[in-house]
Design a protein around this ligand. Sequence first.
Ligand code: PLP
Ligand code: TYF
Length: 397
Amino acid sequence: LLSSVALAPRDPILGLNEAFAADPRPDKVNLGVGVYRDAQGRLPLLRSVREAEQRLVGEAQPRGYLPIDGLAAYDKAVQALLFGEQAAVLAAGRVVTAQSVGGTSALKIGADFLKRTLPAARVAISDPSWENHRAIFESAGFEVGVYPYYDAATHGVNFAGMLDGLRALHVGDIVVLHACCHNPTGVDLDGAQWAQVIEVLRERELVPFLDMAYQGFGEGNEGDAAVVRMFADSGLAVFVANSFSKSFSLYGERVGALSVVTADADEAERVRSQLKRVIRADYSNPPTHGAMLVSTVLNTPELRALWEEDLGDMRDRIRSMRRGLVARIAAHGDPRDFSFIVRQRGMFSYSGLNAEQVERLREEFGIYAVSSGRICVAALNDANLDAVATAIAAVSA
Ligand code: PLP
Ligand code: TYF
């Protein structure tokens, strides 16, 4: 039975962690996986999370099953964070939100639901995208293609190409879009471009599926949610997968949600019933702890204020590391202009390094990055910045 099982390829990003862990060099730097580290290079436990956890431990609540679609107070807080406290779509009961096992399962629940609803649709992801987008939608049974996105020549978006790519899709196709802090490129659309994308989706009757794994890391919670709100106000059916892995530094607790904007409250209840059917057959109901932490923080004003402050600090620190990296590469006399790194947003930068240069970074300098040239800027700090800049200047000379 098992003798014919082939060895599956390693995840290109998570696989790097294993290689990094096995590297004996003391000054090694992991710029591979998208994880935020603080100025001391540590994975933070946010003050708001620590405090919420202490309160929860003090309450010593029993752990029954949650409802299939999750903790109600959590789902409600997620809706307010994404769509705005006063959103018309919320007042009208048009949004269904189901707690999920991180952003990954929000995508998978949405994908499984869509496969039942639109069996003939195809899925288009950005070129490039988070590789798991392809894997998730393919495993739900979809054919997955790409639409143009990144323009290596300008280190920006190939916007005309993107619109043409979207226009070439079939009616009913599903379009996966990064709401902010595009992974892997760090390059986002501006508001006017989003408005044009929405118009093309409307004309071509395409289905938007927004993935927001980095809310707060671009312009802050409200600024980053503006994209979601534009879509919510468009009148289109919209899918939104969101994650708190990064913004709460709760990677291992697996906290996320899927929200679907529907036409009316009746449609919302029918969609909810189908999402619950998908979830039931997948993991039955979600885990309690992470959602209780996030719900406690979001629903307790003083903890929420602490969280917003910590999230702002993470965002500011990443920005200062971007500036520091560009300045230090320039100080090495590298004549090329790396200022695009400052314009990119979120945890990542498409550095422009090729696979060979990335390999040299690893072999010669113990600096780990994804072979596409993606570096996790959120793993830089004052202690490793110089070494990274020196190495980048050396391999790209
Ligand atoms: N979507 C994108 C673009 C991501 O980068 C990630 C990161 O892990 C996810 C979704 C999944 O988030 P989670 O770790 O919460 O499953
Ligand atoms: O892109 C990243 O680094 C994060 C973490 O299969 C991640 O999104 C990477 C690969 C993967 C799951 C999560």
